[in-house]
Design a protein around this ligand. Structure first.
Ligand SMILES: [Zn+2]
Length: 126
């Protein structure tokens, strides 16, 4: 179990194939928090590392249930990504953006109030 002390800095839907594989679903919902606002409350997590077009990621998953709960990704320095669907006690609000539309499943649609697109310019300055 993990706990966060603030709202996510970056929070969006990602339609890339990497997120599909991570979640086993049609898209990923990822919330990035400053590392200082995040802590592991309980549980031992296993990890694995992978590299792709977006850089290197270290993913932490529960060895009991297999859920990838959080990760550290190269483009998001100083932040930790948390699987948005895992916020059960206090669900997150509507995401800020939709990324990687070019690999979106043709039958998936999202609210028109969510910003379409995410780029390097959307990353917060360090
Ligand atoms: Zn993705």
């Amino acid at each position: 179990m993990v706990e966060v002390q603030a709202d996510p800095v970056i929070y969006g839907i990602c339609n890339c194939n990497n997120c599909k594989k991570r979640t086993g679903s049609a898209f990923g919902l990822s919330a990035y928090f400053r590392e200082s606002d995040f802590r592991v409350v309980a549980g031992d997590f296993s990890s694995y590392e992978l590299s792709n077009d977006f850089g290197t990621q270290q993913r932490k998953f529960c060895p009991n249930c297999g859920t990838t709960l959080f990760w550290y990704a190269e483009p998001f320095k100083g932040m930790v990504g948390v699987a948005g669907g895992c916020f059960i006690i206090t669900p997150l609000p509507e995401p800020q953006f939709i990324a990687q539309n070019e690999t979106r499943c043709s039958w998936v649609s999202f609210s028109e109030t969510i910003k379409d697109g995410f780029g390097k310019e959307d990353l917060p300055s360090a």
